[in-house]
Design a protein around this ligand. Sequence first.
Ligand code: IMP
Ligand code: MG
Length: 178
Amino acid sequence: MAIKICRLISEAEVRKRVKELAQKISTDYTGREPLLVGILKGAWVFMADLVRYLTIPVKCDFLAVSSYGASTQTSGIIKITTDLQSSIANQDVLLIEDILDSGLTLKYIIDTLKRRNPRTIKTCVLLDKPERHQIEIKIDYLGFTVPNKFVVGYGIDYNEQYRHLPYIAYLSEKEIND
Ligand code: IMP
Ligand code: MG
């Protein structure tokens, strides 16, 4: 069966928006040195670009959570599979996430990390699918709102494929269901 990748957000648009987010974050955190926490694996490309546009010093750490596996639906069961290497007590934590779908993953991470007494905890999310939210969740820095489609590219995968695409695309229904 032919694979259909439909382009949604171009490489140039992504770059422009990531720069804007970095400028806003740099302004908001002036005089501080936040700890950026990337949620693996999806946020890795986004975070790598974002940090290079920042004009403030930052620290970086990563967290891996159980993912959808080969399905396009959340299992609802979330657990940390690789934890942070450093303590976040008294740190200004900025969570970097690729995409917000039901919101359950980010909610679980925020609730878990809040119990470790960070000074502040904020969220930076590249893509948001508001139609899919199951809970209310605050995004402090948002890249783009996307329609209710399964998106890939710029670090985001479907079954470990398509992470390398420099743009953001969605897969046609046909490809996922066939
Ligand atoms: P949530 O818990 O339903 O919000 O799911 C969030 C996680 O599911 C994201 O961090 C992604 O890893 C994955 N995910 C959600 N929607 C998509 C998508 O359209 N494409 C690829 N991964 C997705
Ligand atoms: Mg993710």
